[in-house]
Design a binder for this molecule. Structure first.
Ligand code: AP5
Ligand code: MG
Length: 229
């Protein structure tokens, strides 16, 4: 049985930062719907233009489009990895149902675990306005907490770092509102199903990582035990 780790939390809570570290340590398959949609938004067709304008407004892209993308990535690659990190999907209750249905039809059994990055909304505004990203390799930096040792260039590939279009303060505030209205109910949903673990996300990257790594290690082990039974 595969292990699926759903990362939930406010924009800027550190989901992408931690996903990269977990992928490096455990060899998991990482699906970041935000990164995939940002790539689509660079293309030249009607859907790309629609995705771009929705993302820059701080709202959610429609469920069908996102699910199609996620399903494609899951079906093409997931069997080669011990587990999958879902970073940014599901994002509302309907997407939560879509994922459940997918797991039931494809796998019969489920190894789904949700992690809630617990943080106050006011704390993430500052983090996000100081975020810089590499358009080449998608690495994430922060002018305050995690600057690049090469200044305005990416340490890994040397590309000039940029600010995400949706990290302007007004859009950040809209994204927080969208999160509270649409995504927060998923936290309660997974809690009711006893699939949720809350992790304080306002500590340093390394402290948060240690908490997550201990959980992921346990889940990978217990889910593979289930398969053997
Ligand atoms: P997405 O890209 O998923 O954005 P998000 O959820 O708003 O989250 P972020 O990526 O902004 O934050 P993060 O938690 O990953 O934080 P990070 O690690 O970068 O989605 C973007 C858009 O795409 C959505 O608004 C929507 O339009 C669309 N979309 C995506 N998925 C969708 C879906 N399923 N359905 C519909 N639409 C969808 O860290 C943030 C900053 O803080 C960085 O600078 C980092 O260096 C720093 N930092 C990280 N950890 C720490 C720490 N512990 N201490 C100090 N600083 C830290
Ligand atoms: Mg992210």
């Amino acid at each position: 049985m595969h292990t699926y780790v759903v990362l939930l939390g406010l924009p800027g809570a550190g989901k992408g930062t931690q996903a990269r570290r977990l992928v490096d340590s455990f060899g998991l398959y990482w699906i970041s719907t935000g990164d995939i949609l940002r790539r689509i938004a660079l293309e030249e067709h009607d859907l790309a233009q629609r995705v771009k304008s929705i993302m820059e407004s701080g709202r959610l892209v429609d469920d069908e489009t996102v699910y199609e993308v996620v399903q494609h990535y899951l079906e093409s690659e997931e069997s080669r990895y011990p587990g999958v990190i879902l970073d940014g999907f599901p994002r509302n209750l309907r997407q939560g149902e879509m994922l459940e249905n997918y797991l039931e039809t494809i796998h019969h059994e489920k190894g789904l675990h949700a992690v809630y990055f617990d943080m106050e909304p006011e704390r993430v505004v500052r983090r996000l306005t100081a975020r810089r990203v590499c358009p080449g390799c998608q690495r994430v930096y922060n002018q305050e907490s995690h600057p690049s040792s090469m200044g305005d260039l990416c340490e890994a590939c040397g590309e000039p770092l940029i600010q995400r279009a949706d990290d302007a303060e007004a859009v950040v505030r809209k994204r927080i509102q969208t999160y509270l209205e649409e995504t927060r109910p998923l936290v309660d949903y997974y809690e009711r199903l006893a699939k949720l673990v809350k992790v304080p996300a306002d500590d340093t990257e390394t402290v948060v990582y240690k908490r997550l790594a201990a959980l992921v290690e346990r889940w990978l082990h217990s889910d593979s035990e289930t398969l053997r039974l």
